[in-house]
Design a protein around this ligand. Structure first.
Ligand code: ADP
Ligand code: MG
Length: 340
């Protein structure tokens, strides 16, 4: 068996007594691509900082290459590099920014070539960009310089925190391609937090869903936020803007989040027959993404403004005639709803 590059045991992180991350166990294989998905505040950046060894977890252990590592551990720190959500460039030229980490590591061999190669990977030819000062870059170019500075180090692990958020489409594409090249050419392990689900499903060996600091099942569940209104039959409901009702068993408190698993979808013009305890809703397929790891297709369905996801075997897409924009019926069993 291959030694995992990371192993996390009973990791917990808190700020002012509030636990923002609690992960019992997690392993990451070397040269794999792991995606982190979750709403804002779910702990993605915190997890990346802990894996980047730049913050001390409140509890628990992180093993890197089989060894328990302390934050700021010198050896490991030089093999791991984090591109934060809003990277700051130094008030220097592009060349100085990209070469800084290499110099810091005493890695001065072929410095110019390595900087040029890294810049070229992110689509910034050095003849045009190496001398540019930090203030003469667009947002997308600055993000690419920050990435080039990390790629130049040929890290064992590259941690990317929302690398394509808020950059232009061309920069986003170049950032994605350059990250994948690093994995392909240097065997770099990539751990990426992103809202770009389609990209993550397409490229990742594993996608981890975080919710309120915890790993949420397989990530194929749908989470529906409250508040929930009581119904006469004892269950609770959420009224959607189009009048449809998401009906669930009574939660422990009105603002609990419902986890709806085992969702089924079907096409058809007529209202389907509804079995007792089953909820049927009408929606539109908003997107479909091929899940690289399983070969299945993750289908997102909008029921009014609430996104549901369901994972289907690839053959069902053509046999059932599903496509983005197509209207479908979605059903789930009320008693199967769980709470977090
Ligand atoms: P995400 O990246 O998924 O949006 P974060 O890891 O940034 O989530 O945040 C998780 C939770 O931790 C949030 O509730 C956030 O407010 C809190 N948090 C993050 N950093 C700090 C900090 N330095 N001090 C206090 N709370 C923090
Ligand atoms: Mg974040």
């Amino acid at each position: 068996m291959v030694l995992p590059i990371y192993e996390i045991r009973s990791l917990k992180h808190s700020y002012a007594d509030q636990t923002v991350l609690a992960l019992e166990h997690l392993t990451v294989q070397p040269a794999s691509i792991v995606g982190l998905i979750g709403p804002n505040g779910s702990g993605k950046s915190t997890l990346l900082r802990l894996l980047g060894l730049i913050e001390r977890p409140t509890e628990g252990k992180i093993f890197f290459n089989g060894l328990c590592v302390e934050p700021f551990a010198y050896e490991a720190r030089f093999q791991i590099t984090l591109l934060p959500q809003e990277p700051l460039l130094m008030k220097r030229s592009v060349f100085r920014n990209v070469s800084y980490g290499l110099k810091l590591r005493g890695n001065q061999n072929n410095l110019i070539d390595r900087v040029n190669a890294a810049l070229s990977l992110v689509g910034l030819p050095s003849e045009n960009f190496a001398r540019r000062p930090w203030y003469a870059l667009s947002g997308g170019e600055a993000q690419r310089v920050a990435l080039a500075a990390r790629l130049a180090l040929r890290p064992k692990v590259l941690l990317l925190d929302e690398p394509t958020a808020g950059v232009d489409a061309a920069s986003a594409q170049l950032i994605k391609e350059a990250s994948l090249r690093a994995r392909q050419e240097s065997g770099t392990t990539l751990i990426v937090a992103s809202h770009d689900w389609e990209w993550l499903y397409e490229v990742c060996d594993e996608v981890i869903h975080l919710f309120k600091g915890r790993k949420l099942g397989t990530g194929r569940e749908t989470v529906v936020f409250g508040p929930w209104q009581p119904r006469e039959d004892g269950d609770c409901q959420k009224v959607l803007p189009d009048g449809q009702l998401i009906i669930v068993p009574k939660p422990s408190h009105p603002h609990a989040c419902a986890v709806i698993d085992r969702v089924a979808i079907a096409r058809g013009d007529k209202n389907p027959e509804v079995k007792a305890e089953q909820v049927v809703l009408s929606g539109i397929i908003s997107r479909m993404a091929l899940e690289h790891a399983s070969g299945d297709v993750v289908v997102t369905i909008l029921i009014a403004n609430v996104p549901f996801s369901v994972c289907l075997a690839r053959h069902r897409i053509s046999s059932d005639g599903f496509y983005p924009g197509c209207r479908i019926w979605l059903s789930y069993d009320r008693p199967a709803v769980k709470w977090i």
